[in-house]
Design a protein around this ligand. Structure first.
Ligand code: NAP
Ligand code: MG
Length: 448
């Protein structure tokens, strides 16, 4: 049995059976059987039923938010935001169904016409850090493009995914179009990679597992998109609005207890304003209260599991910090927020910690900032703070990362492309671009 605990209290919230490979096969079979009718449904009708799905999620925001907070410790305000965002994402892709059209291309002797053909059954594998949001990022485009899906959420945080599967049925999404299987990655997840009827795997998770999936998909040349880890840079130039940059810097690392692939966990600060920025950053971090995620005034909850807490502590224990915040004593998987200025070769400056630990690194000039930013195997996200517009453009163009922001730490929106350079991933999510990753482009020549 799989035992789920509330990370804020360590109380058991439920037990459920581990799905088996046979369960995965049954779900794939159901998805395959539902595929022809879903694919053949008129785009306007597919769009309408997806809108009902989005509305049904919107009508269950409180319930979904509570489940997410109890299952993974996310502060209730953030969980509500995520539940609303799930509905928004589904609305966006409901609207995309009729807009993802092919083209006609005049050529010698006739005309070429392109079609976006659904892939068939797609496998969706999601992580534990934003369970329902990550699920929606994949369900939306998968279904909009005419595919049927098998979703495998992270076993430790499956509750909102299970509920979203039920809400899909309530809303009228035909049975078999969206299937949820809660089982271990190494068996059920692996089955989605191995099963010949699964035509594509969309994965969000660690770079390590992403690499395994890539090897696994090679045999069948299976389509694969990857959203992986990060160690993103938050670059603060001397000419920035320092107050604003510092006020935003804690949330950019500590939101969701630092369990965020886009976390700007490397704060790069120009040497001439280093001391001033640190004062402001530490002041802002003091306001970052850690506590009961059900309390709406809490900024940060616990980490997700005892195991993950131990993994974060392997980095933070013994780390010399310039600021360590307060955290409740147990029960609960609590970790304080931390700011450190380690030497550059310390692993905490380079490895993804996935916890509330910020490292601050000084730089001399623009070239130095870019060099440090790009000195990483990752390239997911990042920010630049400066009041010099031309410099902002030069720097973001030079940054090897896919999802950036200027004078803000927020860069993820369903209407704009999201994804990573280098070992942060392959392909893009969100926006109309993602639909190309959930369909095959077919070209047909008509001789005239
Ligand atoms: P993970 O350990 O890689 O697991 C992700 C998912 O893959 C889980 O559902 C897991 O299942 C499954 N899995 C594990 N081994 C598998 C295998 N051999 N075959 C198929 N599936 C397998 O990642 P996590 O610890 O859940 O999440 C943290 C990581 O996700 C971080 O590195 C973070 O940066 C990354 N992340 C990236 C993004 C992005 O958009 N770029 C967003 C969020 C998170 P079980 O856990 O149930 O076994
Ligand atoms: Mg993991």
């Amino acid at each position: 049995m799989l035992t789920l605990r509330n990370p804020a209290t360590e109380e058991v919230i439920c037990e459920l059976p581990h799905a088996s490979v046979a369960d995965a096969d049954a779900a794939i079979e159901k998805a395959k059987a539902a595929s022809p009718a879903w694919k053949a449904m008129a785009p306007a009708d597919r769009s309408k039923v997806m809108r009902r799905f989005a509305d049904t999620v919107a009508a269950h925001v409180d319930e979904l938010a509570l489940l997410e907070t109890q299952n993974m410790g996310m502060p209730i305000g953030s969980s509500r935001w995520c539940a609303n965002a799930v509905s928004d994402v589904l609305h966006y892709f409901a609207g995309a169904v009729e807009k993802h059209t092919g083209s006609s291309i005049p050529v010698a002797g006739g005309i070429d016409v392109t079609f976006h053909e659904p892939l068939g059954v797609v496998g969706l594998i999601t992580p534990w850090n934003f369970p329902m949001l990550m699920a929606s990022w994949k369900i939306g485009p998968a279904l909009a493009a005419g595919n049927t899906a098998v979703l495998k959420p992270a076993e430790i945080t499956p509750l909102t995914s299970i509920r979203i599967g039920e809400l899909a049925l309530e809303a009228g999404i035909p049975e078999g179009v969206l299937n949820v299987v809660v089982g271990p990655g190494r068996t059920v997840g692996q089955r989605l990679v191995d099963h010949p009827d699964v035509r594509k795997v969309a994965f969000t998770g660690s770079t390590e597992v992403g690499k395994q999936l890539m090897r696994g998909c090679a045999d069948q040349v299976k389509r694969l998109t990857l959203e992986l880890g990060g160690k993103s840079a938050n670059i603060v130039f001397a000419d920035a609005d320092l107050e604003k940059a510092a006020a935003n810097a804690p949330g950019a690392v500590f939101d969701n207890s630092g369990q965020d692939c886009c976390s700007r966990s490397r704060v790069l600060v120009q040497r001439s304003v280093f001391d001033r920025f640190m004062e402001l950053f530490i002041d802002a971090a003091k306001a970052f209260t850690v506590g009961d995620p059900m309390d709406p005034s809490t900024a940060m909850g616990p980490l997700v599991t005892a195991g993950h807490l131990a993994a974060v502590r392997r980095y933070s224990e013994g780390l010399e910090t310039v600021f360590t915040g307060e955290a409740p004593d147990g029960p609960g998987y609590w970790h304080p927020v931390m700011i450190a200025t380690p030497t550059y070769d310390d692993p905490v400056c380079h490895e993804e910690i996935f916890g509330p630990v910020a490292v601050v690194i000084p730089f001399d000039d623009e070239a130095d900032a870019i060099r440090i930013c790009n000195d990483s195997i990752y390239g997911l996200s990042g920010s630049v703070w400066t009041q010099d517009g031309a410099k902002a453009i030069r720097v973001v163009r030079a940054m090897e990362a896919g999802t950036l922001s200027v004078n803000s730490n927020s860069s993820v929106r369903y209407s704009t492309p999201f994804g990573g350079f280098k070992q942060s991933g392959l392909g893009r999510e969100h926006s109309m671009h993602v639909l190309d990753h959930y369909s095959e482009l077919k070209n047909v020549f008509f001789a005239t």
